[in-house]
Design a protein around this ligand. Structure first.
Ligand SMILES: [Zn+2]
Ligand SMILES: [Zn+2]
Length: 537
């Protein structure tokens, strides 16, 4: 059993535990363990057999016992039990129809059905109204929803990292290409699609329906299928004729507006050939949001990034030490990494005082001895206090190589006050970058009321850069705001805000978001060599 198979089972267990409203902490612990296993560099099954599974981060005795059961018997009894009990395909269909998990299960029990197909039959036979609690209105709504299953209802989108995991997993299992919102790196993905080249579509459609990620197929045509996950997330599969694969991929990647502006599309086996036949240059997927037929700019690429300027360590709420983070950054091929732990005002987690910052300097110096010529930079993610002052005195800030200023508490301030608060912080001569400027959490917390235009003016005057934070639930600035910042002449920084070694991998999300905002390498501060970063102090 390889790491990804083990991770899939842990993910499934996490999902089903969420469905039965188990302790949310437990469900999350399994989800995190799945991530750890998926990212582990060694075969986890071997670690488990030799009793060393707990060397992996986030694996405690409970999860270790489940892992041992899985490796030894090929199954987790609790998971098998939950799958029997919950009929995941029913739950997937129910969620897709707008019912909660519990309601779906209750409904299935009352009707005595076990599968999505049986539910459809029971509905068609008029049996829904026999279920207590389902009145004529609900019945009509469900019948209507079943009738138009083909059109996915707009749901809350999936965060980009989860969407990539899902769509990437489906695509690689079917030797296809990820498409839809994911391929454009939208910050919240609703349209999840995979395109396969298929001489015989039946084979691919059958393999798709049998994937562990797909619990029910809600619509099938000759060369297209729509499946749902246990969370009720629709995933579309296009099984293209091989000589039209490129055409299908262009259609399944661009926004409807972008694709419509290119139609009629010629048939071609690959994308390059499609664009060639249209006499257009190939267009990076990130730019296929609005109609666009011109020459795309040379967008920044992940290879151009020379260092990461925002990460945390065990000094605040990170999970790795200064040296571990530095070593991991060096392994990524970077030249530098700025350690930007929190300051006390952040509240919820430990923050570093002036004293701590100076003690941390010794640890950073020691790491630099070991890692040279790679350079760990002394930095801070310094809170912007409600009155616009910074949470560390200037004499400490002046010692640092890189200062990020961040609004954490008090985000609900009115626009004028919030803008003044940030403006004051940007006037501080030691501040180099404004972190996660809009303060949003995707699908959870709206943007704060900051007047970005004003912030751009001040940032330009003070030569402060704006961050494109790569945490999957932040992606802040957004692509749209990156574009506005660049038009205003402001520089950006692509950062991960990593709280672990693995978190450094979110650079891909940050860079893709910058690309959605049309950023080229020269717009991005951390494409520059160390000397230039330090000289600008
Ligand atoms: Zn922050
Ligand atoms: Zn941070």
């Amino acid at each position: 059993m390889d790491n990804s198979e083990i991770a899939d089972r842990l993910d499934a267990l996490s999902t089903l535990l969420e469905l039965v409203d188990a302790n949310p902490y437990t469900a999350r612990a399994y989800r995190r363990a799945a991530e750890t296993v998926r990212g582990a560099a060694v075969p986890v099954a071997e670690l488990v057999r030799s009793g060393r599974a707990r060397e992996l981060r986030g694996i405690g005795p409970g999860i270790e016992a489940r892992l041992r059961e899985l490796v030894e018997t090929g199954e987790i009894a609790e998971l098998a039990e939950l799958e029997r009990e919950l009929a995941p395909d029913l739950v997937g269909l129910g969620r897709y129809l707008g019912l909660g998990a519990k309601r779906s299960v209750d409904l299935a029990r009352a009707l005595g059905v076990r599968t999505a197909e049986e539910l459809r039959e029971a509905a068609a036979a008029g049996r829904l109204r026999t279920v207590p609690g389902i009145g004529p209105k609900t019945e009509a709504r469900l019948l209507e929803a079943l009738a138009r299953e083909a059109e996915p209802r707009s749901q809350q989108g999936l965060l980009l990292n989860r969407a990539w995991e899902l769509v990437g997993g489906v695509a690689s299992a079917l030797d296809g290409e990820p498409a839809g919102d994911v391929r454009r790196w939208r910050d919240s993905c609703e349209w999840l699609a995979v395109v396969c080249a298929a001489p015989d579509p039946d084979v691919v459609l059958a393999r798709f329906a049998a994937l562990p990620q797909i619990v029910a197929v809600v619509e099938q045509e000759e060369r297209r299928s729509l499946g749902v996950t246990v969370e009720g997330v629709p995933v579309e599969l296009v099984a293209a004729e091989p000589d039209r694969f490129g055409t299908a991929l262009v259609r399944a990647t661009g926004s409807p507006g972008y694709v419509a502006a290119l139609e009629p599309l010629p048939d071609a086996p690959d994308e390059e050939a499609v664009y060639r036949a249209l006499e257009l240059p190939w267009c990076p997927p990130e730019l296929r949001e609005e109609p666009f037929r011109g020459e795309p700019p040379a967008l920044v690429t992940p290879d151009a990034i020379r260092g990461d300027l925002h990460c945390h360590t065990t000094w605040s709420d990170g999970r790795a030490s200064v040296e571990e983070m530095g070593r991991a950054a060096r392994e990524r091929g970077y030249d530098y990494l700025a350690i930007c732990d929190h300051t006390p005002a952040v509240g919820a987690v430990r923050g570093l005082t002036a004293d701590d910052i100076r003690r941390q300097a010794d640890e950073i110096a020691a790491a630099n001895e070991v890692l040279a010529p790679f350079r760990v930079l002394r930095g801070s993610e310094c809170d912007i206090l409600p009155d616009g002052r910074l949470d560390l005195p200037d004499d400490v800030l002046s010692e640092l190589d890189w200062v990020q200023a961040s609004v954490h508490g008090g985000q609900r301030m009115p626009r004028r006050e919030m803008t003044k608060r940030v403006e004051d912080a940007l006037r501080n001569p030691y501040v180099r970058c404004l972190s996660h400027p809009k303060g949003r959490y995707i699908n959870r917390r709206p943007e704060n009321a900051l007047d970005l235009e004003r912030v751009f003016e001040v940032a330009l005057e003070e030569r402060v850069a704006l961050e494109v934070n790569g945490l999957p639930d932040r992606l802040d600035l957004s692509g749209e705001h990156v574009r506005e910042a660049l038009r205003a002449g402001v520089q950006i920084v692509c950062s991960t805000d990593a709280h672990s070694v693995r978190g450094l991998g979110n650079m891909a999300l940050s860079v893709a978001t910058a690309r959605r905002g049309w950023a080229t390498a020269k717009d991005v501060v951390n494409t520059r060599p160390l000397g230039s970063i330090l000289a600008a102090r």
